[in-house]
Design a protein around this ligand. Structure first.
Ligand SMILES: Cc1cc2nc3c(=O)[nH]c(=O)nc-3n(C[C@H](O)[C@H](O)[C@H](O)COP(=O)(O)OP(=O)(O)OC[C@H]3O[C@@H](n4cnc5c(N)ncnc54)[C@H](O)[C@@H]3O)c2cc1C
Length: 584
């Protein structure tokens, strides 16, 4: 009955967009096949379908002019390993799952197609906030897991020796907050009483500590906030972390507890025998297994398709962010966002936010895009960020931007996390649609996946010797002088500064290169040490970092990469080129 009702509603949507398409609905999963005249219509149909009550997934196979055709890659059929569980994807979610599963007597292999954990997807380009869950839609899985993840985060960060700071977050309600056409007095009443009341009631329900402050109190605590503020609600436990260091630490700790991590290993096929997962075929060979965790981010739909377990389509949504010089840290004491009504659907609103490293960030934007790899940042997006957040802090020195980046959210059309056993393929577990707050929710996602595996029949016995503690390598800039002196006496390389902006030493870079998950590119070193993340963005230190990489990896400089394949930075020695020219 439910499927029939859903089908009728989807057909109505298809008529509205004049799509030539067929719909089938199976157990709440909608499959749409056919054609539309534009990519925009393809997205809108998917979104409207995802909003229908009872829909558990939208597989949107509509064709539109210019749609890219995917070609299947070839893998290596030779069996190279056997595992109880194979995790596909070494982003924060895959690594959190790997660590959670390393608590059990299991043989676990994580495969990641890029050259680093946290280096291939959204994990390397987010805002690093450990959200409390207050910004999520009530009753969603993502809200539940965010609330739980936030509560678990402090302990995990301590165990893994990674930064975690409860910086607090203001939700500022100003004269600019309410876009509805209402009398000014009514807007002011809503902003002063009704909106804070609704937020606080919600917070109470979720067990999140929050309180309201007046404009006077807000301006006393945040002197640079807009004078147009009417009131604000404060969340003291809103936190921030370092997504790179956290993900690397999760992976290292998982390895210490027995998980095998295979980098530069792309999954290209999955065999299914009698309805059960059989083998995961990668570019390096096949792994026999009975359980596959699909944590492949933007490509989760394509991975599910390889196993014949497609229950959703991922549609990429870009988010661009601006990073400001550390000098601007003095303009705010806590992170902040400007409440806006009407609310943008499935979007927490972004804001002006602190980072654990002392920079300030503005953003992110939210834009549907067609290409899953489009991480460009356009002048228009930069302008839009300024326009969106300037009303929150008009006197902030906007010229102090030192960098910008964008990350791609792996959104499902139902807009919630999809974490469940596949309906038709035994042993295949979906961990898909993990857009924000995937970082904050990651510890809770990992726990949920472990319990699904148990329900699906995997024998899970806790290890007695699981070691939750992982020690980070030394960071001289975070030490006092006495500690630093001792370290330099032990190894002089900790006294040689390579990145002047971020005070990163040669010792730290060498540690990163020889760590459990070796940093083999400039970007991997940047993520671990911050070399190149400062004011000059690597203009000074890049050649030095490259030289250290070449020396430690024993490779010629021309082989040093910025990031993945094909990103070599040097083509030879300048004088050699001149010599060649003279010869010709
Ligand atoms: C702009 C922006 C801001 C955000 N801000 C926040 C925030 O402040 N707080 C928060 O909680 N969340 C935030 N998020 C969300 C968060 O970053 C994501 O939810 C999280 O990183 C998702 O992690 P993941 O492991 O699922 O995906 P990813 O990090 O994308 O990892 C998936 C991995 O799978 C690998 N992979 C793909 N295909 C294959 C294959 N065939 N074989 C092998 N490996 C494969 C990829 O290389 C990739 O490394 C933000 C996201 C964006 C884009």
């Amino acid at each position: 009955m439910r499927d029939v009702r859903i089908k009728k509603k989807v057909e109505k949507i298809l008529r509205k967009y004049r799509a030539k398409a067929n719909v089938t609905v199976e157990d709440g999963i909608v499959f749409i096949k056919g054609t539309v005249t534009s990519w925009r219509k393809y997205v809108e149909i998917g979104k409207e379908t995802g909003r229908i009550k009872g829909v558990k997934g939208v597989v949107n196979d509509l064709e539109y002019p210019g749609k890219e055709k995917k070609r299947k890659k070839r893998g290596e059929e030779r069996v190279i390993g056997k595992a109880d569980v194979v995790i596909i994807g070494g982003g924060v979610v895959g690594c959190a799952i790997a660590r959670e599963l390393s608590k059990y007597k299991l043989n676990v292999i994580l495969v990641e197609k890029s050259d680093d954990v946290g280096g291939g997807g959204a994990t390397k380009a987010n805002n690093a906030l450990v959200h409390t869950g207050i910004g999520e839609k009530m009753g969603t899985l993502k809200q539940k897991l965010c609330v739980e993840g936030h509560k678990m985060f402090r302990k995990i960060a301590e165990e893994l020796d990674v930064p975690y700071e409860e910086c607090g977050m203001w939700i500022v309600i100003s004269e600019d907050s309410i876009a509805y056409r209402l009398p000014r007095i009514l807007k002011k009443f809503l902003a002063s009483y009704i909106i804070p009341f609704i937020i606080l009631r919600r917070a109470k329900k979720l067990g999140i500590e929050m309180y309201k402050v007046s404009k006077k109190e807000l301006l006393k605590r945040e002197p640079y906030v807009t004078e147009k503020a009417i009131a604000a609600v404060f969340s003291p436990s809103y936190a921030m972390t370092c997504p790179f260091r956290y993900t690397i630490a999760l992976a290292e700790n998982a390895m210490e507890n027995g998980v095998k991590i295979m980098l530069n290993t792309e999954v290209v096929d999955i065999t299914v025998e009698n309805g059960n997962v059989g083998k995961v075929i990668t570019t390096k060979g096949a792994i026999e297994t009975k359980f596959v965790i699909n944590a492949a981010g933007l490509y989760a739909d394509e991975i599910a398709s390889l196993a014949g377990a497609r229950e959703y389509t991922i549609h990429p949504k870009k988010g661009a962010t601006l990073i400001f010089d550390k000098e601007t840290r003095k303009f705010l004491n806590h992170s902040m966002t400007l409440l806006r009504l009407p609310r943008i659907e499935h979007y927490k609103g972004g804001g002006i936010m602190l980072t654990v490293d002392g920079n300030v960030q503005w953003g992110p934007t939210i834009d549907e895009i067609e290409d899953k790899e489009d991480t460009s940042v356009t002048a228009e997006e930069i302008e839009r960020i300024f326009k969106t957040y300037e009303p929150l802090m008009p006197k902030f020195p906007k010229k102090a931007v030192i960098a910008y980046f964008s990350g791609i959210r792996a959104a499902s059309f139902t807009e919630d996390f999809i974490i469940r056993a596949a309906k038709k393929v035994k042993g295949f577990i979906h961990v898909a649609g993990i857009q924000s707050p995937g970082l904050a929710a990651s510890p809770a996602i990992a726990k949920m996946v472990a319990s699904i595996l148990q329900q699906e029949g995997l024998k899970m016995e806790l290890k007695k010797d699981f070691n939750p503690i992982r020690k980070a390598p030394p960071i001289p800039r975070e030490m006092d002088m006495a500690e630093r002196k001792k370290l330099v006496e032990r190894d002089g390389r900790y006294g040689r500064i390579v990145c002047r902006c971020e005070e990163v030493t040669e010792g730290e870079i060498v540690d990163a290169i020889h760590s459990k998950i070796p940093a083999c590119s400039i970007d991997a070193i940047k993520r671990r040490t911050r070399a190149g993340m400062g004011r000059c963005q690597g203009s000074f230190c890049l050649p030095y970092v490259a030289k250290i990489l070449a020396r430690e990896l024993n490779i010629p400089l021309e082989k040093v990469k910025k990031g993945g394949d094909g990103s070599e930075l040097f083509i030879g020695k300048a004088k050699c080129l001149l010599e060649e020219k003279n010869e010709s």
